[in-house]
Design a protein around this ligand. Structure first.
Ligand code: UTP
Length: 225
């Protein structure tokens, strides 16, 4: 199976240590012979911290995004180092580089590409380019809920939503550097137009990736008819 996996920066960098990089490297290496794997890593708190500094310096949104992109690439580089020989040694800066690097049998790991979206969108666009069988979004919540599960004990998680329902859910969310929360609209549009099979799942437990490959966990986004 050809799989694009996006890993939220808040998963990788939560404790500012090497642990999640090591855990994911181990798991991804174990999947490498069976699957063709592309990974997109997010920026997490360090990206937000740097963007905050850039904004305080008077930078516009696109420049703030550029700063965030640099941090995602740094995180991608760390995962490449953790993967050692199983990863292509360079971080692609755009999709064509990602395609070029994927002609080897190595795992391709990248971060952001250009301003105005998050690494969720990078994952969805990459999934279009490589005609991925599955897009797995490893994030900091278990899936999509009908209301904020941190504030409402009776919040229900959806096992399946349509891309249109996701769009509705994101309608009132902010579109500013460092604030592309949960999932971004560009990603949904890609999923919708190319009918990309997608699973959103909690990435704090790396083993959830294995369950996601069988679509047995989290929230599935289905492109509606
Ligand atoms: P993330 O994709 O990590 O954003 O990119 P996020 O969703 O806010 O954070 P986590 O990782 O899920 O916690 C960090 C920032 O980098 C910029 C955006 O400003 C984004 O908020 N970025 C990233 C881009 O502008 N373009 C990209 O392709 C990727």
């Amino acid at each position: 199976m050809r799989v694009v996996i996006t890993i939220g920066g808040s998963i990788m960098i939560k404790e500012y240590d090497h642990q999640k990089f090591e855990e994911y490297a181990h798991l991804l290496s174990s999947l490498k012979d069976e699957h063709e794997i592309f990974v997109v890593v997010g920026g997490g708190q360090p990206a937000r911290d740097y963007i905050k500094i850039a904004r305080a310096l008077g930078c516009g949104e696109a420049h703030c995004d550029d700063i965030g992109i640099e941090v995602t690439r740094l995180n991608a580089k760390l995962l490449i180092m953790a993967l050692g020989n199983d990863a292509y040694p360079l971080v692609p800066e755009n999709f064509h580089q990602a395609l070029a690097y994927s002609t080897t049998d190595k795992i391709v790991v990248m971060g952001g590409t250009e301003p105005a979206h998050s690494t969720d969108a990078v994952g969805a666009i990459l999934a279009e380019y490589v005609k991925a069988d599955l897009l797995v979004n490893l994030t900091s919540v278990d899936g999509l809920y009908d209301k904020d599960p941190h504030q409402h004990a009776d919040a229900q998680m959806f096992e399946e939503v349509t891309a249109a329902q996701m769009m509705e859910f994101l309608a009132d969310k902010e579109v500013k550097a460092g604030t592309y929360e949960f999932f971004d609209k560009t990603a949904i549009q890609m999923i919708q137009r190319s009918r990309i099979k997608t699973v959103i799942v909690n990435g704090y437990q790396p083993e959830n990736l294995l369950k996601a490959l069988h679509e047995k966990i989290g929230t599935r986004i289905v492109p509606e008819d």
